[in-house]
Design a protein around this ligand. Structure first.
Ligand code: FMN
Length: 202
């Protein structure tokens, strides 16, 4: 490899390793659907669940924040079998990015889903330079398994134990963005997804 190119790659690696955590804020949320036309009846009518995987706690932190806003359980994927997914009108699925993909456990969980009313996906990622691209790829592959039900997606940085990138992430700001994401989802859950018996109580 050309020496200059090699030097540039090394420089880029160091810059992205030691500065991004303190210079930029990288949480990004995207919604696939506009807010519903009808006023949503509120949190009491929403039956949501967050299912996540996490090796070192980053994704778990975001999962718990989303679940806090949605007033719902935050369940590690290993324990997801204890819940009947078809009963939930919003399933939010989170994973760390591993080689541009979700973890095997999350992939298996997504493949096992049959009836999905509405869903959303989120990831934390930590690779230098191309991390954001790998996160997008991961989110794409998660959404592909959700049968067109995804209402939105969220990604933010998470400290990478091997590369030591993004120290202290997810940070306070990432958590607030995750909370905003959850609130945005709540507004977008289709009104007609809500269980009939709950709507009758209005
Ligand atoms: C085996 C492994 C593979 C990873 N692959 C990627 C990757 O492809 N892209 C990326 O941006 N981060 C990658 N990361 C970094 C993690 O996605 C990131 O640190 C994440 O926040 C970890 O979340 P967790 O604490 O919930 O496990 C990888 C980490 C590990 C351990």
């Amino acid at each position: 490899m050309d020496r200059k190119l090699f030097f540039l790659i090394i420089m880029a690696f160091f810059i992205s390793t030691f500065f991004p955590g303190c210079t930029t804020h990288n949480a990004v949320m995207t919604f696939q659907k506009e807010t519903g036309q009808m006023a949503h009846p509120g949190i009491d009518y929403l039956k949501a669940i967050v299912v996540y995987d996490s090796w070192s706690g980053n994704t778990e932190l975001i999962a718990d924040e989303i679940a806090r806003v949605l007033h719902c359980p935050s369940v590690k994927v290993d324990n997801a079998e204890e819940y009947t997914m078809a009963e939930y009108n919003l399933i939010v699925v989170g994973s760390p990015v591993h080689g541009g993909m979700p973890t095997d456990e999350i992939e298996n969980f997504l493949s096992s889903l049959e009836t999905i009313h509405a869903s959303a996906v989120f990831v934390t990622y930590g690779a230098p330079l191309f991390g954001s691209f790998t996160a997008n790829r991961c989110l794409d592959s998660m959404e592909e398994k959700l049968q067109g039900t995804s209402l939105g997606r969220f990604k933010c940085n998470g400290f990478h134990k091997i590369f030591l990138t993004y120290p202290r992430h997810p940070d306070k700001e990432d958590k607030s963005e995750a909370a905003l994401f959850a609130a945005g989802l709540m507004e977008r859950v289709p009104y007609d997804n809500l269980p009939e018996k709950q709507l009758l109580q209005q």
